[in-house]
Ligand binder design. Structure first.
Ligand code: DQA
Length: 147
């Protein structure tokens, strides 16, 4: 059994209430339940951490080093400018999946650029709540291939 760390960035704690036309009506705890079910179905354990603070997310990435097989991260708006999160992801040796509910490339131009994409194994974006299952399955498959 491996541990997969799901990280949620700023404002994702408000999912369900926040811009439901874009992000849907599911809450963050609903998404965590979807991800947990997907991890459990493959015999793995899921841990989740949400923060509105960049440094706390960086600390969580550091804490996953040597301990977790994979990180699935929805960095929220940090995606677009948080070089320190990109640097932290670069130190993590396992599988890394960047996850977004929305397809950021169909939205405002400032969302088209991700500073973390270059440091991840792959990206899941635009599939709403389903993306949380897809991202876990991608992490499990990519981790199995690596080992
Ligand atoms: C998001 C997309 C980001 O641009 C935005 O800042 C978010 C959520 C998504 O899941 O679609 O907070 O990461």
């Amino acid at each position: 059994m491996a541990t997969i760390l799901l990280l949620s960035g700023p404002n994702l704690n408000l999912l369900g209430e926040r811009e439901p036309d874009i992000y849907g009506t599911v809450s963050l705890s609903d998404l965590v339940a979807i991800a947990t079910d997907a991890a459990t179905a493959h015999g793995h354990k899921l841990e989740h951490f949400q923060s509105n603070h960049e440094g706390e997310l960086i600390d969580a990435i550091h804490g996953a080093r040597g301990r977790c097989a994979a990180i699935v991260i929805n960095p929220g708006a940090f995606t677009h400018y948080a070089y320190a999160i990109a640097d932290a992801l670069a130190t993590f040796e396992g599988t890394k999946i960047e996850l977004h509910l929305s397809n950021t490339h169909t939205r405002e131009s400032w969302r088209h650029r991700s500073v973390v994409s270059a440091y991840v194994t792959g990206i899941v974006a635009g599939f709403g709540a389903n993306g949380y299952r897809l991202a876990i399955e991608a992490a499990v498959a990519a981790t199995a291939t690596r080992n």
